[in-house]
Design a protein around this ligand. Structure first.
Ligand code: NAD
Ligand code: UDX
Length: 471
């Protein structure tokens, strides 16, 4: 099924959402020209790199889609003006991080990139344009976008008046599984008032999404549903992480507890994996945004309730860091530790808000020397995240951290292995071989429950595993 009303789509923002989402649209809407535009020139160059291993983001299956559709019906460009002026429909997929200064700093979303995009649309668009919020936004942002669009237009004398319809169509993809989530979404949510515009967007999705999965709501419900979905998901992780600490203290086993509660169909078995604390660019930001909204509407108890989800998450990172130090005889000063995994979850090169950043930085501040291995995260990113250049040395002229190219080279002379991301290759390690390269007593700290405890112990390791009393 193909809708011929929309012929040109522009997506502003070539990031983790814009790139994969438009690649899937290109796959299912072959007769639509899709242009993804961004102010970041090096990012656009990377999207256009003929070697798809150099794409700016790593996402399983993405390289195949890019090879198939790039420069056919999918284009990446920095020419924002032309992309906007040709478009019938524009997706706003720009970043909306937490504000770092000014009113609402630390909680409210920073909407400056959304506002800048809306002003560009007001300036360069032609005729009628459907503007779709893909970014996650606070409730009622659509009104702000509408105001900017209607009040900051610049129209040439011989140009017809510009008109706009603003819709909300939040994205629910999760990184590392983005293509699958986009191909087979649990639901597609479209909020708006203009039925014609909503139907145009519905028609696009009907090219691959079953009708019963497309939900139409008012615009505010759509915006709030996105924040709420992320808050509920994050709340489950904080709940299971909180119980993991109780398991460690009592002798219960978190895997058994997860299984037992997850088999209750009212609870369900997903998102019950304990870990070092949730990371990623969304959960913390979106909950804090929800907290800010509640405070704004004087719902202080509601705000406090949701804020606790973030507090427990920070506590989880902190308690893991402290217990590592404690188990290594109360000091990590001068000790070399191997870090397995730096991204915030497996199958992505994204490190935004990764628990690894906080845990690694705290260990370095305690005097540890880190040897970091991650299959997809590079030196530059780790330097930026730790805020420590690779050449930075301790008072004893030792490098504070280095990046290893393999599991084997990472553990050389280490006192412990700390598993922070659940990459597949960490699940089948030959611990017997690895321990030979390490100092004794050798420790494993497994924050992702990927290690076979018995095998690790047989190899001679001491092991601490999250939510497991055997430690
Ligand atoms: P990102 O930082 O990876 O990408 C955003 C891009 O927008 C950047 O490349 C930036 O240069 C570009 N940009 C900013 N202002 C611009 C402008 N005026 N003109 C052109 N380009 C501009 O962010 P992301 O992870 O793709 O997230 C985008 C939005 O989607 C956020 O609101 C986020 O909350 C939401 N979201 C993210 C995910 C996820 O898994 N990452 C999932 C669902 C929703
Ligand atoms: C999340 C939402 O899942 C997605 O719907 C939304 O669009 C964007 O935010 P994302 O952050 O990409 O997606 O990944 P997700 O799989 O949700 O994981 C987030 C964090 O929670 C990761 O650090 C992950 O390791 C952690 N997590 C997830 C757990 O610790 N335990 C779990 O059971 C699940």
């Amino acid at each position: 099924m193909f809708d011929n009303k929309i012929k040109n789509i522009c997506c502003i923002g070539a990031g983790y959402v814009g790139g994969p989402t438009m690649a899937v649209f290109a796959n299912h809407c072959p007769y639509i020209k899709i242009t993804v535009t961004d102010i970041n020139e090096s990012r656009i160059n990377a999207w256009n790199d003929s070697d798809t291993s150099n794409l700016p983001i790593y996402e399983p299956g993405l390289d195949t889609l890019i090879s198939l559709y790039r420069n056919k019906n999918l284009f990446f460009t920095t020419n924002i003006k032309e992309s906007i002026s040709n478009a019938d429909l524009i997706f706003l997929s720009v970043n909306t991080p937490t504000k770092t200064k000014g009113i609402g700093a630390g909680k409210a979303s920073d909407l400056k990139w959304i506002e800048a995009s809306a002003r560009q649309i007001a300036k360069f668009s032609k005729g009628h344009t459907i503007v779709v919020e893909k970014s996650t936004l606070p409730v009622r942002t659509a009104k702000t976008i509408e105001n900017i669009l209607s009040e900051s237009q610049e129209i040439d004398n011989n140009e017809e008046k510009k008109t706009f319809s603003v819709l909300s169509n939040p994205e629910f993809l999760s990184e590392g599984n983005a293509i699958n989530d986009l191909e087979k979404p649990d639901r597609v949510l479209i909020g708006g008032e203009d039925k014609y515009a909503m139907n145009s967007l519905v028609d696009l999705y009907l090219n691959w999404v079953p009708k019963e999965k497309i939900i139409l709501t008012n615009i505010w419900s759509s915006e709030l549903s996105k924040l709420t979905a992320n808050a509920f998901l994050a709340q489950r992780i904080s709940s299971i992480n909180a119980i993991s600490a109780l398991c460690e203290a009592t002798g219960a086993d978190i895997k058994q507890v997860s299984k037992a509660i997850g088999m209750d169909s009212r609870i369900g078995n997903k998102f019950l994996f304990p870990g070092p604390g949730f990371g990623g660019s969304c959960f913390q930001k979106d909950i804090l945004n929800l907290v800010y909204l509640c405070e704004y509407y004087n719902l202080h108890e509601v705000a406090a309730y949701w804020e606790e989800v973030v507090n427990i998450n920070n506590w989880q990172k902190d308690r893991i860091f402290k217990l590592i130090v404690l188990k290594l005889f109360g000091t990590v000063f001068g000790k070399k530790l191997a870090i397995f995994g730096f991204s915030f979850k497996a199958n992505t090169n994204d490190t935004r808000n990764s628990a690894s950043i906080k845990i690694c930085r705290n260990l370095i501040d305690e005097g540890a020397i880190l040897s970091i291995y991650d299959p997809k995260v590079d030196n530059n990113q780790i330097e930026k995240d730790l805020n420590l250049s690779l050449n930075e040395t301790s008072s004893r002229e030792k490098m504070l951290w280095s990046r290893a190219n393999s599991i084997q080279s990472a553990v050389e002379d280490c006192h412990a292995v700390i598993i922070l991301t659940e990459w597949e290759e960490f699940k089948n390690i030959s611990w017997t071989k690895l321990i030979k390269k390490m100092k004794r007593p050798a420790w494993i700290f497994d924050t992702r429950s990927v290690v076979d405890v018995l095998k690790a112990e047989q190899a001679g390791f001491n092991i601490w595993q999250i939510g497991n009393y055997t430690s």
